[in-house]
Design a protein around this ligand. Structure first.
Ligand code: CCH
Length: 286
């Protein structure tokens, strides 16, 4: 029997499912981090639409967005946890799973604030096309993250999540991992971005990305055009340099900005109780 509000028990069960020998690099962690980010990253501050409230990816309009290809794996991994702790909303579960995965892979503690609703408010649904396109450059990244209310420093810190996981040709069209150990959270992504030479490569599917071939290890690493935009843009670059040499500062800033991401569109009172989720038909009942 799961006790309502026992988030520690949920955390434990999420941590226990991360080890997946048959999946990717043996871990469900990276795809869970991406699920949390895509659930929140549709937010638009001007119209107050999108964001993690509502767990809209359960439905075709958002779940079927090509930008979300592959995230069904993350949702399937979490289904037994939802079944066991049926009181937790999907929207809270997805955010908590991302937070637990970051920590379990050696990253910082990110504060978790619960209370999201699974009630889908049609007037808050995000249109498709709000998530960033890896084929683009600095102006696009600033536009997308600026819409959510993030500064240049916050954009660079958040992008450090590409220390984790990989691109899949059958999901995004891009292919490969950013770092040698993609299930260990660190600042390698920033260090490699600055220290290696990156060559443009056209994949068999016509998609262009940047690669570095390590002859000794026989391994190929990759960067998206949007990743390299961070070193090539004069305002982003100083943050890349800072995080490349100061891992503690990166962890501290990542924790703060990932928490901010998870709270987009959630309004709370002074005690942290969510104001825009209770008392809605079909929604979260406290
Ligand atoms: Fe990302 N990301 N991301 N990303 N991402 C991809 C994979 C991951 C962009 C594009 C892609 C963030 C920002 C951006 C993760 C976390 C974050 C992929 C490959 C693309 C493409 C998807 C595939 O093929 O499976 C772009 C563009 C931006 C910004 O401009 C932010 C912010 C975060 C989190 C804070 C993680 C983790 C992955 C690995 C997923 C996996 O399945 O291994």
């Amino acid at each position: 029997m799961s006790t309502k509000g026992d988030y520690a028990a949920v955390r434990k069960d999420i941590a226990a499912l991360l080890h997946q020998p048959e999946y990717d690099d043996g871990s469900a962690g990276p795809v869970l981090v991406r699920l949390a980010w895509h659930s929140a990253g549709t937010y638009d501050a001007t119209t107050d639409t999108g964001g993690s409230n509502g767990a809209g990816m359960r439905y075709e309009s958002e779940g079927g967005d090509p930008a979300n290809a592959g995230l069904q794996h993350a949702r399937v991994f979490l289904e037994p946890v939802k079944e066991k702790h049926s009181w937790i909303t999907y929207s809270d579960l997805w955010i908590l799973a991302g937070i637990v995965a970051v920590r379990e892979m050696g990253g910082p503690d990110v504060p978790f604030s619960p209370g999201r609703t699974d009630y889908v408010d049609d007037s808050k649904l995000p249109p498709r096309g709000r998530l960033p396109d890896g084929a683009q450059g600095a102006a696009h990244i600033r536009h997308v993250f600026g819409r959510m209310g993030f500064s240049d420093q916050e954009i660079v810190a958040l992008s450090g999540a590409h220390n984790l996981g990989r691109c899949h040709a059958d999901r995004s069209g891009f292919d490969g991992a950013w770092v040698q150990n993609p299930t260990r959270f660190s600042n390698s992504y920033f260090r490699l971005m600055l220290s290696l030479t990156w060559k443009e490569k056209t994949l068999p599917n016509g998609v262009k990305q940047f690669v570095h071939v390590d002859e000794d290890l026989g391994q190929e690493l990759m960067m998206l055009p949007t990743d390299l935009a961070l070193v090539n843009d004069p305002q982003f670059r100083p943050w890349v340099e800072l995080y490349a040499k100061d891992k503690d500062r990166f962890f501290e800033d990542f924790s703060a900005v990932f928490h901010k991401l998870t709270e987009l569109g959630i309004r709370r009172d002074a005690k942290g109780k969510v104001l825009n989720s209770d008392n809605v038909k079909g929604g979260y009942v406290s």
